[in-house]
Design a protein around this ligand. Structure first.
Ligand SMILES: CC(C)(COP(=O)(O)OP(=O)(O)OC[C@H]1O[C@@H](n2cnc3c(N)ncnc32)[C@H](O)[C@@H]1OP(=O)(O)O)[C@@H](O)C(=O)NCCC(=O)NCCS
Length: 211
């Protein structure tokens, strides 16, 4: 069977996620893209915290409050069908003494419907944070993913070169950073090449632990 032709990226709209109308479509899209509902459930759990604006959302480990600190976007086709989504959520950066020195945004999950891949929709979603009302205060975007995509194609830098580690040394080669505000990062102690990998630790929302 022939696959439907991918849409041209120009006919695709990237807009903010609407919890009233997009939740079901996003859940189905992520479940399909990842072959399990884990990422879909994760995104729903993080967004539930984001809209509740509740002090109970404090992560006991880092003190981060997730309320209103996320940004999610969707890609829609010319027929207004949801064909992609991305989540940006807080990632706390802590120094060796456990103090929180910065809060970045973590990119992911991200997915594009199979029939729409390969024409730049993923790339546009990866930069959708630019439309977020809170983007000006975000010092960096971090992501755990494929070097060929995030480093080679989207211009991310290797996070361990900034001293930053996610979870374990084994993941160093898969962890990337897009610095947005070098001054803010420097004030937090993160300067490229200045400190060994593992000097700073990155922590996502606890729901990421389940994936
Ligand atoms: C990753 C994904 C979102 C990219 O969406 P997309 O709209 O196809 O992305 P773009 O059109 O911007 O880029 C496509 C290019 O990236 C490459 N690419 C995509 N995923 C890649 C990966 N994991 N590793 C290496 N290259 C990858 C494609 O081969 C293609 O290369 P080309 O331009 O040389 O042909 C999409 O492939 C997807 O939904 N995958 C399943 C879910 C997933 O793995 N998400 C990422 C982990 S959170």
């Amino acid at each position: 069977m022939r696959r439907a032709a991918a849409p041209s990226s120009a006919s695709v709209t990237i807009r903010a996620y609407n919890p009233e109308t997009d939740a079901l479509a996003i859940h189905a899209l992520l479940t399909d893209a990842f072959d399990t509902p884990a990422e879909a459930d994760l995104m729903a759990a993080v967004l539930a915290d984001a809209v509740s604006d509740d002090d109970d959302n404090n992560d006991q480990r880092t003190g981060t409050n997730y309320s209103l600190q996320c940004y999610a976007a969707v890609a829609t086709s010319a027929t207004d069908t949801v064909i992609g989504t991305v989540l940006f959520s807080p990632v706390t950066i802590t120094a060796a003494d456990g103090s929180v020195v910065a809060v970045a945004w973590g990119l992911g999950p991200i997915a594009v419907a199979e029939s729409a891949r390969g024409c730049g929709v993923g790339q546009r979603l990866a930069f959708a944070w630019k439309d977020a009302p809170d983007a000006a205060g975000v010092p960096a975007i971090v992501v755990l993913g494929a070097r060929a995509y995030y480093h080679d194609k989207l211009g991310y830098d290797t996070a361990p070169d900034w001293g930053l580690r996610f979870s374990s040394v084994e993941l160093d080669e898969h962890f990337f950073i897009l610095p947005l505000d070098a001054d803010a990062l420097a004030a937090a102690g993160l300067v490229r090449g200045a400190s060994p990998a593992g000097s700073f630790a990155a922590s996502y929302h606890p729901a990421f632990d389940a994936v």
